[in-house]
Design a binder for this molecule. Sequence first.
Ligand code: ZN
Length: 222
Amino acid sequence: MSHDDVRMHAAGDEANETPQLEPSRRQVITGFAAVTLGITATSPPQDPVKQDPGTAGRSPWGEDTWKEPTPAPVSQRPGEQVLPAQPRKYTDIKSYHAHIYFDEDNHAKAALLRRWVAERFVVELGNWNREPRGPHVTPSFYFGFTNDLLPVIVPWLQLNSLGLTILLHPNTEDPRADHLHYALWINRTQAVNAFAMKKPGAGEPAVEQIFPNTKPTVKLEA
Ligand code: ZN
């Protein structure tokens, strides 16, 4: 409906133009026209919604949160409280994980993809996670691989995802950022509960290690 149409309806004889409508319906239409055209409404304003006296003054946040200023948030990215002076070295990435998510409806696809991977690539193949595990909020399995496989694994997964949701994250010295800020996704994203992930403690490897455990039997299609 153009503004001209609205103006015609607003200015016209309602009884003739909209004879089939109830009076309340006509009021809605003319009210819409008034708003669209910036015409002051003739009906009195509605009473504001009153707060339930039973809950008034009981917010745990106090009653003045609406007055709080809106400062810029603290940076979520490690070491970047201000804009970085230099880009990070891509060689900070020591390896990758691909996490394949599935559910009760598509687990057969996950099983097929898992078999295809094990038959073709030398990777670290993890267990089936039939329930949420670690930061992963749905059933999943993962395989880890070394950097040299990245130019093959990415296009291979793009063409063979079978529609599954796949998280592909690097392994640096910061697991939290690896999952939340440095990730690639295939098909779509989903929630990753990695906010509490910590850097490795003293005596632990600084970066997630990859220990390949598959023995390929099929020549990669190319
Ligand atoms: Zn991972």
